[in-house]
Structure formats: structure tokens, C-alpha cells
Design a protein. Structure first.
Length: 1168
């Protein structure tokens, strides 16, 4: 059997003739005319079935390639790969994100390993030079258990292959070595590998989880391929050095000393990098020097591969045009002394491209019969095909067309983007008297003439083959919107507070206040080595905190307002601060609990359950909902259907789908005949909401209006009147909606966007409305998950943490500021019809910056916007930019506040080192909001002396650019700000005073007390047994990893935790040394002692004494069986303090530790 989409084709004589022609050995090229995009993909998929050869599909541009890939994925879900254009920046790039390299390497590896795949690429991507296939192949290797591979040689090889050596693997392209353990994360693999050696032999290979750093499963082998396209061999390096020196000498001879300074510096830098033999992105611009053999992607294809040329005339135009653009660009750079002449030859020209194509069978695909210079097809096929009309959800029209096709004996395939849409469609067709079958997939199934099949799947458009009697109708035609394909994505990992503590960071000690962490110090105390945290306080004060007391310390996370003031050791100030905060929290918690109780008591409107219309409306959402979104929608509907008044807060980053949650709530409200008001802080946000609502409600009979200052006074009066009479169902507006003249006929739902950005008086008005109307508040500032949990039951909060799936990654660069780079970046965006944010945070010199950019890119229309402008001027500029009246917006960081313009896909940040991490994270989130590749350039000044703080920040930006790891720190920063927003201005100050972690702990205790839970003060156990208990440098060298394990060991709360920590240490670092085992045992003993409320354990001679805080845990009834069971070695006295005494067999400290552990385990076992 064949797939549903192929069965009708196999019955068509003309198609069988075409397939035969393509597979004939002596066929050069075949022409196919009369097809649109989806038909081209379907025809190719049908010709290739069952995919026993590779195929290279060449398009005129990257965006086109992505669209083709999307369509082909329906036919071959696992076999279609995108080969994006390589980004070569001829400037000094400090860091760049790796997504594009990753995709390209996956293609190269698949082709070299002879996998039959369909590769889709633009002509620009295909013209670029590649590393010789043999060189690349020689650097792909597979390690198996039992192989001999000296670890040191392996490490050196990985560096040559472009891997970066780090202390812990966090992302692709990294490796780390700890003792006899190698962790490596190949760019072409979904999982990182942990390879353990016994001497030089591979002992075991495991897949591990990057976020937990724990092994997940054992595997037999690991394939490792280069982490970069540029593989540096000794021969290539030597040849490149010679060729670069010759080229530079030739340049000087021809151009004299003009521009020599810049070029000499560049050439010297490249020669240095080559001498080091370590990959650097700078070398990408010197491909032709390293590998002058003119290899391209064609050289990676098998001889049997099929090459598809999509619209050959357009390919010729683009290929030749690209060559001319490159020449023009290079001419400019050559004159400035930025490049060497041969760098122009990093691509082949169009003529060479035709020669490469001629080595393969090619399929020329055209919508119209146009000229195709350079090709003489062996056969030409003209296909009679038609597009499908759009039904826009009017399913009766679809039924009429299906009946018409059935009479003609057509096979009919209907695609729905989701299972729920498919099930809805099937029941409608059956109700209309049509016998339709639903299938989970389009795999091997028989499809007879006249049969109707419904399958979940996505194509950009449907088509009808008149001669084949086959119609395919896509989701887009049926519903007017298309469900987008979801992609697997990497998730950022959240900050585990202490593992990211670095020297110089601020910490909070519960009893002593805010200090500065100076690192771990090993001290000799009573002849035993112990590790302590060295913390600096005000003046010359120092505090050494034993690592086992780590739970008393938290990283200081304030409100992002600069460095906190250090506390004075031994002073009363810290206690006073804590008491002040505690009192304020108590008042806040009481108010919240009261408010919640009052709202619970008020009877609101009880909205009806979902209707059939609601289901249809939700099915027309063009995206796949994220799990968080579905959860939030569920929570909002539950609130609306209950008799109480809803007051729910919905948190989620801009573009994470909060608006859709609000839209569904609004639909539910208007279905009950209620009015909905949507309140936004700015005119432009109101306009955006209006556009979104109008688009989503398009096929439903509800009236939507927007009320803002962009309406004339007469229009405003009309709208206000309509609100009062019920002529408007949904009104969207700024604070103008809160005006005294605005009266609703029957308001049922108020949606407030970013409430914290409204003024005090407006907030009061909102508070009044909240008393008897359902309210949904949206905020883009995230809040900590911990706060969300502790506020449960006194504040209704929904959180959307999952980003939408169809976003392309943002190609990010950390790069020296360079005018040629800025011109390139802006021009590239404008040429593809997009817009640019240029963030410049110095309002004083913004006019000068505007002048400079205008001179650099005279082709661009530039506008300027900053927070010191009047509100009305700022809004009209933003509105004009939104309407694409400008190409570039030169602005201060005001754009970090929630603006969503999908057409802006390039961000340039001037002096990025002056911005906070969370600011940069938010700024970067302003681009990449459409299904186009977006670019972010974080620039810094060349040779500028930057502060240590800024240096640290740039370092983190680099990490977050390359591996998304800084994300967790940025999120942490933002969440704390969000916590301040939720709890109000006064609490904001208290959080800054004691740090978020301690603030949260105090809040949690207060809420638990108010809920009537008993708070028992935990006891702190002091252990005086003289054993070495610390983590040695030889076992864990990296301080941050040491800190991570000190934290984990301090948090041991029972046997399961103890085993868990031991397993992880063995997994990541090898066998546990005695000093580390002692540390774990002490933590475990402390956990047991806490349960019995023991305050002190002391070893003296052949005795161990364990003193209790009180008799709360042990009653006489429980005590007797314990003593009877251990009568020869355990005794108990109650005076002067309740104390257990253990007799030992010798006086060794190790014996004492073991005896304490065994005895406590026995006591706890009896108590439980």
C-alpha cells in the first residue's frame, strides 16, 4: 500500500510517465510546468516515493526555502532538512548563537552518512564554499564501549573540531573533562554524552540531562562530528598562512599603505588564530584561503541524487544578482582596508553553479512556461491543476464542492491542522450526508476514487489535479486560518540559586544580614580540614560560615537598583530591618486574606458553559496552544462559570499567548450577552489589541470598537453612546475608558493589560469596577514560581511559561561596533521588507546618533523615540512606525515594554555592556515575533576600557547568546521585579532591604500562620566529631560546582536525599573520596538529629553524647523500646539535660560517626 497522497497519482498515466523519465539513467533534466508551491512539493514527494535517493531542492531565497520545507514535512516528516544560508560576518564577533550552524551541520552529517534525505536550500546557501567532504568525514567518529581512546588526545581532537572546553557542559558544541569522565555535546545530536574511561578504555557511555547534569540512560556508542563547518587541519592552516601572507603583500603592492592599519591588524589577528589552531568565527571569512578547492554542498551529494530547481529563471536572476551584490559590497570593504581581495571568492559564481548541476539529474519546476537559460530539458510535462477556493469556515460551501468532485469520481483528501478540528469536520460532513473517514496519519492506506479522507496535517495551500481526479483541501482553505506546525525547542533552565553564586556576589545570612561573598576558604580547625564561606561585611568584618550551614544563607536578589548596603556584624540594625519587614508582610497578608474572603462572598454573574460557537471559535486559532495556555484558559473559564467574581492575574512574556486567553474569555462573555472592556496603558497597545480582536472575531456577528485619542471627538461621542445603549459588544481603549462619561449597558468582563503602568487614580477606578465585575489582568512581567505557590488560596494567578512553538530562533551576535556592520544589518532588513530597532540609551546625544545613521544608510527612513518626549508625540511616532512609515526606530530602551510589531526583525543595541541582563533579554524578545529569522546585534566599543561589572555582563551575554544559559539569570531578575509589582510599591522596598529569598521565607511563614498552621522552630545540630569533611580540589576543581554540591549536601533531609547525592557525585565525578563521604554522612546525621530534636553530638574518647533540646519528640513510652534494643551500648539521662550516650568499641572518629548514624537511624525508625 502507498500513502493516501500518492494512491490517486499512481493511477494517472501522465504521472507514471514523468516518474519513469526522472528515473532513467541517461536523463539530464525534466521540466514540469503549471504548479503552485504545495503542488510542487506534492509532485516531488510522489516522484521520490519511497525515497531511495537524496534530493537537493534549490529555491531563490531563505524564506522561500523555509516555506517549502514546511510543506514537504507533511509528506516526509522525518526526512526533510533545511540548509540555511551561512552567516559570515567580516567583523570581530565575540560570540554568536549556533542554531544556523547546527542545522547546516545536521545536513552535512546526514549526507556524509549516506542517509536518504530531502535538503531544501536557497541558491545563496548552495553557492557558498564548503570544507572538502573527505576532511569533514575524517573528523566524524563513533566511540563504542570497549574502544581504546586516550582521553588527552581525544580532548585535543575535540578542540580542533571546534568544540569549546568548559567546566560543565550546558549547550551544544561544548565538552568538559573531570578525572576519567568526558562530557561532550555534539551539535548534531539531541543529547549530550557522558563517556567514562578506565585508563584509555571506554568503560561506559551514558546520555545525560544538561539541566540536572545527571545521567539518564546507558547507550552502546556515541557519534561525534565537528562542531563547526570549518575543520582546521595542519595542512589547511599552513596553506592558509602562506596564501594570506601572499595576498596581503599583493594588496600593499597595489594599494600602497592606504588602509593598511586596519587590514594589518586584521591579518595579524587571523594569523594568530591560525597559529593557535583553535576555531574562531573570524576564520569563516577566510574559507577560500583554508580550502581553495572550491567545494560546495553539491560535493556532499551522491551521484544518484535528484536536484530540483524551483523557478530556474528566478534562480538565475538571484544567483547572478547575489554575485554582483557581493562584488559591490567587497569593493567598498576593500577600499576601506577591511578585507583581502580573495575573500570575495568564498562562493562560486552562477556559471560554476550550472556546471555543478549538470552532474546530476535535475527537475525544473515552474508555475508558468517561462524561459530557462542554461537548460535543455529531455522532456517537458504540462500539468493541468487548479487552486482551491477559500471557504473561511463556511463548511456548507465545502460540502457542495465535495459533492461535485465525488460525482466526477475524485479521491478527496481534507487536511486539518489538529485532531479536534478533524473530529469537528468529520461530524459536520456526516451530518451533511457525506461518508468521510478520519485517519490519524496519511501513511500507507488505500484510497479509492470517490472516497473522502480527513487527516491531521499542514500544507500552505490545497490543489486539484483535473486529469488525475484528485483534490487536496488544506486547513487554510477550510477555516481561513492555518494551524502552524510546532517545532521541538530547547527550554531554558531556571536558576538554582546557589549554583550560580560567583565571587563578588551579595548574600544574605538570616542572622547577620547582607554581606559580600569572597569565595570558599579551607581552614584547619582542631587539626581537621573544613571548608567555609568567606563573607565580607561592613568595615573590615569577616564571617566564616561552615558549609554545612549553607541553608542559613541565600543569594541576595534585590530589585535591580544597584548594590545593597553591607550590614554591620553584631549590630542591632539587621534585626530592626527584619522586624520592620515582618510587620509589613503581616499587614499585607491580612489585607490579602480579607480581600479574598470579601470577594468569595460576593455573588457575581455565572457564565454559561461553552457553546458549539465557542468550540468553532477556538478551532479557528491559527496556532497550536501551549500546555500553559490551555491550563490558563481552563482556569479563567472555571472562574467565569462559578458564582464568585473573578479576579485573576495572568503572567506571561510578550508573545506567549496571553491575548488569546483574554480573547476566549471575551468570546465567552459576549455569548452570554455581556459587554467586554479591554483596558491598555497606551494608544498603540490598544490599537494592537483592537487589530487582533477584529481579526479573531472576523466570522462572528459581534461589534468591536476602539476608544483612544486617535479618534476624533465626534467619533468618541458616537462610541460612548453605543457603549451605553449596548451597540458595542467589545470596547478596547486606553484610560479614556475610565472617563466619567463612559457608562456600560451591561459590563460582564474587564480585561486589564499591564495594570502596574496605570496611574494611582486610574488604579482606584479599576479597583471599584473589580467589586462586581469579572476581571482578568494581564502582565508581561514574570513572577517567581515560589511566590505563585505561596499566594495560592489568597490570590488567583495563572502563569504561561512556555514560548510559542513556531518562532524561529533569534540569530544573536555580540560584536564590536563597526559602521560597515551597522549599514549591512539595516540594509539587509530593509531589503526583505522588514524594520529595525536601534536601541541607543543616551537621550542627550540621540540627535547626533540619528544624523550618523542617516549618513550611514541614506536609503532608510528613520524615526526617533524616547521617554522624554510628550506622550502624544511618542504615541504618534510609534503608531507611524507600527504602520511601516519608517524603516528604523532609533529609540531608548522604552521598547522593552511590551510592544509587539512582527515586522521588526533586526535589533541593534549600542553599548550593550551598559544594559542590565534582564533588559537585554527583554529587548531581544522584541524581535523574532514572526516566522522569519531575526537578528540581534549587541555591540560594544572597540578597545574601550569597560568596568568589571560590564565585563562580567558581556561575558554572560556571550553565554546566553551561545547556549541560552544566561537566560536563567535574566529571568530571575525579571521575576523579582514582577514580585514587587504584584505585592505593591511598599513591599518592593522591603524586598530590596532583605533580598527576595528571605522576604519570601518571611511571607510564607506569615501566610502559614494566618492559615492556622503550627510553626515549630527547627533545631540546629552542632556535631563535634573530628573527621576531615570537605570537598577536595582534586575531586571537584570548579568552585561553582563545589558550591552546588555543598548546597545539595546541606539540603539532605533523609536517606533518599543522601543516596541521590551520592549517585550524582559518582555519575559526574567518579568514586567518592573519604572526606566527601564524611561530609555527606554528617549532613545525613544532622537530618536524623533534627527529627529527634538533638542540638549537639560530641565525641570524646570511647563515648558519643547526643544532647536533646527537649522531650517533645521522645516520650518515655517510646524511649523504653529503643533502650531495651540497644541496652549494651546506649544509655539515657534526663538531667541536667536529656542526653543519649553511646559506648564505642574504640576511640577513632570514623567509628564515632558510624555509631552516631546507626543509633539515630534506629531511634528515628522507632519514632516513625
Amino acid at each position: 500500500m502507498t500513502p493516501l497522497w500518492l494512491e490517486p497519482m499512481d493511477r494517472w498515466t501522465e504521472f507514471r510517465r514523468l516518474k519513469e523519465m526522472v528515473y532513467k539513467e541517461d536523463t539530464g533534466s525534466v521540466e514540469l510546468v503549471g504548479l503552485n508551491q504545495s503542488q510542487k512539493c506534492h509532485m516531488l514527494a510522489s516522484v521520490l516515493y519511497p525515497l531511495e535517493r537524496s534530493c537537493l531542492y534549490i529555491t531563490s531565497g531563505d524564506a522561500e526555502a523555509r516555506r517549502i520545507q514546511e510543506d514537504l514535512l507533511f509528506f516526509y516528516p522525518e526526512k526533510v532538512m533545511l540548509f540555511p544560508e551561512r552567516e559570515v560576518l567580516l567583523y570581530n564577533v565575540a560570540a554568536q548563537s549556533t542554531e544556523i550552524t547546527e542545522q547546516r551541520l545536521q545536513v552535512i552529517e546526514a549526507l556524509l552518512l549516506k542517509q536518504n534525505v530531502i535538503v531544501v536550500a536557497s541558491i545563496q546557501a548552495v553557492l557558498a564554499l564548503q570544507c572538502p567532504p573527505q576532511v569533514f568525514k575524517d573528523n566524524i567518529f563513533t566511540l563504542k564501549v570497549g574502544d581504546i581512546a586516550p582521553l588527552e588526545q581525544l580532548s585535543e581532537k575535540l578542540v580542533r573540531m571546534g568544540y569549546e572546553r568548559v567546566s560543565a557542559v550546558e549547550g551544544k558544541g561544548q565538552f568538559s573533562v573531570r578525572g576519567g569522565i568526558l562530557d561532550v555535546f555534539p551539535l548534531t545530536s539531541d543529547d549530550p554524552y557522558r563517556i567514562e574511561f578506565f585508563d584509555d578504555e571506554v568503560d561506559s557511555i551514558r546520555i545525560f540531562d544538561v539541566s540536572s547534569q545527571r545521567s539518564v540512560e546507558k547507550v552502546e556508542n556515541a557519534t561525534i562530528s565537528p562542531a563547526r563547518e570549518l575543520v582546521l587541519t595542519k595542512d589547511a592552516i599552513a596553506g592558509a598562512r602562506d596564501r594570506i601572507n601572499k595576498s596581503y603583500a599583493g594588496y600593499i603592492k597595489e594599494h600602497g599603505r592606504k588602509g593598511q592599519g586596519t587590514l594589518k591588524g586584521k591579518v595579524d589577528l587571523v594569523l594568530d588564530k591560525l597559529s593557535e589552531g583553535v576555531y574562531d568565527s573570524l576564520l569563516e571569512g577566510y574559507f577560500s584561503f583554508l580550502y581553495p578547492g572550491r567545494n560546495t554542498l553539491f560535493d556532499y551529494l551522491d551521484d544518484s541524487a535528484l536536484v530540483v530547481l524551483d523557478e530556474p529563471a528566478r534562480l538565475r536572476e538571484r544567483g547572478m544578482g547575489y554575485g554582483l551584490e557581493m562584488q559591490e559590497h567587497f569593493k567598498e570593504l576593500l577600499e576601506k582596508g577591511e578585507v583581502l581581495p580573495e575573500q570575495l571568492y568564498n562562493t562560486i559564481d552562477y556559471h560554476d553553479f550550472l556546471i555543478k548541476v549538470s552532474g546530476y539529474t535535475s527537475l525544473l519546476m515552474q508555475a508558468l512556461p517561462t524561459s530557462r537559460p542554461g537548460f535543455k530539458p529531455d522532456a517537458s510535462f504540462h500539468i493541468t491543476a487548479r487552486s482551491i477556493p477559500a471557504y473561511h469556515g463556511k463548511l456548507q460551501l465545502l460540502v457542495e464542492d465535495i459533492e461535485h468532485w465525488r460525482k466526477k469520481g475524485y479521491s478527496i483528501l481534507l487536511l486539518t491542522g489538529s485532531k479536534s478540528r478533524g473530529e469537528g469536520l468529520i461530524s459536520f460532513l456526516r451530518d451533511s450526508g457525506l461518508d468521510a473517514t478520519y485517519k490519524e496519519h496519511a501513511g500507507n492506506q488505500y484510497m479509492a476514487p470517490g472516497q473522502i479522507m480527513v487527516v491531521p496535517g499542514i500544507l500552505s495551500s490545497g490543489f486539484e489535479y483535473l486529469d488525475a481526479g484528485f483534490a487536496v483541501v488544506s486547513d487554510k482553505e477550510i477555516y481561513g486560518t492555518q494551524k502552524r506546525r510546532t517545532q521541538r525547542r530547547k527550554t531554558g533552565r531556571k536558576l538554582e540559586s546557589f549554583t550560580d553564586l560567583k565571587i563578588g556576589d551579595y548574600v544574605v545570612h538570616e542572622n547577620h544580614g547582607i554581606g559580600k561573598y569572597l569565595g570558599i576558604k579551607t581552614l584547619l580547625v582542631d587539626g581537621q580540614k573544613r571548608d567555609y564561606l568567606n563573607i565580607k561585611y561592613a568595615g573590615t568584618d569577616r564571617l566564616y560560615v561552615p558549609v554545612e550551614q549553607l541553608d542559613m544563607i541565600q543569594p541576595y536578589v534585590g530589585m535591580g537598583e544597584g548594590a545593597p548596603k553591607l550590614s554591620k556584624l553584631g549590630g542591632a540594625e539587621w534585626q530592626r530591618t527584619k522586624n520592620r519587614v515582618r510587620k509589613s508582610i503581616q499587614k499585607l497578608a491580612i489585607d490579602l486574606v480579607k480581600l479574598y474572603a470579601v470577594r468569595e462572598a460576593i455573588e457575581g454573574h455565572r457564565f454559561s458553559p461553552d457553546t458549539e460557537w465557542q468550540k468553532q471559535f477556538e478551532d479557528m486559532f491559527p496556532y497550536q496552544e501551549t500546555p500553559d495556555q490551555l491550563q490558563a484558559i481552563e482556569e479563567v473559564k472555571r472562574d467565569m462559570e462559578s458564582p464568585k467574581v473573578m479576579d485573576r492575574l495572568l503572567c506571561g512574556d510578550v508573545g506567549y499567548g496571553k491575548t488569546e486567553v483574554a480573547i476566549r474569555a471575551a468570546f465567552k462573555a459576549v455569548m452570554d450577552g455581556k459587554q467586554v472592556a479591554v483596558l491598555a496603558p497606551t494608544t498603540i497597545l490598544a490599537q494592537q489589541h483592537y487589530n487582533t480582536f477584529v481579526e479573531r472575531f472576523e466570522n462572528f456577528p459581534f461589534t468591536i470598537q476602539v476608544l483612544s485619542r486617535f479618534k476624533t471627538p465626534a467619533e468618541q461621542r458616537e462610541i460612548v453612546k453605543a457603549i451605553k445603549t449596548g451597540g458595542v459588544d467589545i470596547i478596547i481603549g486606553t484610560h479614556r475608558l475610565l472617563g466619567k462619561d463612559v457608562k456600560f449597558k451591561d459590563l460582564g468582563l474587564l480585561i486589564v493589560d499591564e495594570e502596574q503602568r496605570f496611574g494611582v487614580s486610574h488604579k482606584e477606578t479599576i479597583k471599584d469596577i473589580k467589586k462586581n465585575v469579572d476581571v482578568l489582568t494581564l502582565t508581561a512581567t514574570p513572577i517567581p514560581r515560589t511566590l505563585h505557590m505561596s499566594l495560592m488560596g489568597i490570590r488567583d494567578i495563572s502563569i504561561i511559561e512556555t514560548p510559542p512553538e513556531d518562532r524561529y530562533p533569534i540569530q544573536t551576535y555580540v560584536v564590536e561596533y563597526n559602521e560597515s556592520l551597522i549599514r549591512d544589518a539595516i540594509l539587509r532588513e530593509i531589503q526583505r521588507g522588514g524594520q529595525v530597532y536601534f536601541v541607543y540609551n543616551r537621550v542627550k546625544s540621540m540627535d547626533y546618533a540619528m544624523q550618523k545613521i542617516s549618513q550611514l544608510v541614506p536609503e532608510a527612513k528613520i524615526a526617533m523615540a524616547h521617554g522624554q518626549m510628550s506622550e502624544s508625540l511618542l504615541e504618534s511616532i510609534m503608531m507611524d512606525f507600527y504602520d511601516h512609515k519608517y524603516d528604523v526606530l532609533l529609540c531608548s530602551s522604552i521598547i522593552e515594554n511590551g510592544l509587539d510589531i512582527p515586522n521588526v526583525n533586526t535589533l541593534i543595541v549600542y553599548n550593550a555592556d551598559r544594559f542590565g541582563l534582564s533588559q537585554l533579554y527583554q529587548l531581544r524578545g522584541r524581535v523574532g515575533r514572526s516566522n522569519r529569522l531575526a537578528y540581534a546585534y549587541f555591540t560594544f566599543q572597540k578597545d574601550k576600557i569597560i568596568t568589571e561589572q560590564a565585563e562580567k555582563r558581556l561575558q554572560t551575554i556571550k553565554q546566553f547568546t551561545e547556549f541560552g544559559s544566561g537566560f536563567k539569570i535574566a529571568m530571575r531578575d525579571l521575576e523579582i521585579r514582577g514580585a514587587g509589582n504584584i505585592l505593591g510599591g511598599e513591599q518592593h522596598g522591603h524586598m530590596a532591604a532583605v533580598g527576595y529569598e528571605l522576604y519570601y521565607k518571611l511571607l510564607e511563614d506569615t501566610i502559614r500562620t494566618l492559615k492556622g498552621e503550627e510553626l515549630v522552630q527547627p533545631v540546629e545540630t552542632v556535631i563535634n566529631i573530628k573527621v576531615n569533611a570537605h570537598i577536595d580540589q582534586d575531586y571537584i576543581a570548579e568552585e561553582s560546582h563545589k558550591m552546588e554540591f555543598y548546597k545539595k549536601i546541606a539540603a539532605i533531609n533523609g536517606l533518599e536525599d543522601k543516596n541521590d547525592v551520592e549517585d550524582e557525585l559518582v555519575d559526574r565525578f567518579g568514586d567518592i573520596p573519604a572526606s566527601v563521604q564524611n561530609l555527606i554522612d554528617i549532613a545525613y546525621i544532622k537530618a536524623l538529629a533534627r527529627k529527634v530534636r538533638i542540638t549537639e553530638i560530641t565525641h570524646k574518647g570511647t563515648m558519643v553524647r547526643m544532647r536533646l533540646a527537649d522531650n517533645m519528640a521522645i516520650t518515655p513510652k517510646k524511649l523504653m523500646p529503643i533502650l531495651n534494643e540497644n541496652r549494651n551500648r546506649l544509655s539515657f539521662t534526663s538531667s541536667p539535660f536529656p542526653t543519649f550516650t553511646i559506648k564505642l568499641r574504640d576511640f577513632l572518629p570514623d567509628t564515632a560517626l558510624e555509631a552516631a548514624r546507626e543509633t539515630l537511624e534506629a531511634i528515628v525508625h522507632h519514632l516513625e
